[in-house]
Ligand binder design. Structure first.
Ligand SMILES: [Zn+2]
Ligand SMILES: [Zn+2]
Length: 233
């Protein structure tokens, strides 16, 4: 006696979509035959179609010069970086300028902390940016280098809008350095502030007591100070 598996059982065995997993977006969207498994926790967020690529502005009669493209991107990158770094310390930020629907203007931000990313995701979905409502989602992308189109970096991608990899435009080096330094300073100051508070609390708790207690306190004092200093390194 033969046994045939029900048809829908075979359907449910479909594999997860490699494009969605690696690039965070797939041209078939919700109609994809493979599974798009959204993470429930991630350090990466996708802000879909947030960047308005001037190349796609059909109202422009004149072609846009590369210098203008770079200036527009630089301004946007700076604004979005400053906005996002208030929500958590940014590990990387990329802006796509693909000329297709599923990657066009996508912004990917990877935070150092998944908690910060989760909080930022909730906040961003209530916000507007540059006159547009923000659509934020937790993304499975972990490595932007693997998701990027290498050929586009050297202006030699021949797939054009059919390319399924990220076409990333980098901000000007000086802007990137300036933003990273500003962020480092902000978070260093935050850590120092936290350290000061913890020490102050410790000093308040540690005052008075007998000889034995004082000895114990001075030991734990040095342990606490060392562990706090580690936070600054
Ligand atoms: Zn897919
Ligand atoms: Zn490409």
């Amino acid at each position: 006696m033969s046994y045939n598996r029900p048809y829908d059982r075979n359907e449910s065995v479909s594999v997860s979509c490699a494009f969605y997993n690696k690039i965070g977006a797939c041209r078939h969207g919700e109609k994809c035959s493979k599974k798009h498994i959204k993470p429930t926790r991630s350090k990466t967020l996708l802000l879909a179609n947030l960047y308005q690529n001037p190349k796609l502005n059909k109202n422009e009669s004149e072609p846009i010069l590369p210098k203008q493209l770079q200036e527009t991107l630089d301004q946007f990158y700076q604004d979005v970086f400053i906005h996002l770094c208030q929500k958590g310390e940014i590990a990387s930020l990329v802006v796509c300028e693909n000329e297709n629907n599923h990657l066009n203007g996508n912004v990917y931000v990877r935070f150092f902390s998944a908690d910060d990313a989760g909080r930022a995701n909730q906040q961003l979905n209530q916000e507007w940016f540059n006159g547009k409502p923000v659509h934020s989602d937790l993304s499975p992308v972990t490595n932007f280098d693997e998701a990027r189109c290498r050929a586009y970096d050297t202006d030699s991608c021949e797939r054009g809008e059919m390319c399924n990899y990220m076409h990333v435009r980098q901000p000007t080096k000086e802007i990137q350095i300036k933003l990273c330094q500003a962020q480092e300073k902000k978070y260093l100051l935050k850590r120092i502030e936290k350290l000061k508070w913890t020490l102050k609390e410790f000093e308040q708790e540690g005052g008075g007591g007998g000889e034995e207690l004082e000895k114990g306190d001075s030991q734990s004092n040095s342990v606490t100070t060392n562990s706090l200093l580690e936070q600054l390194s």
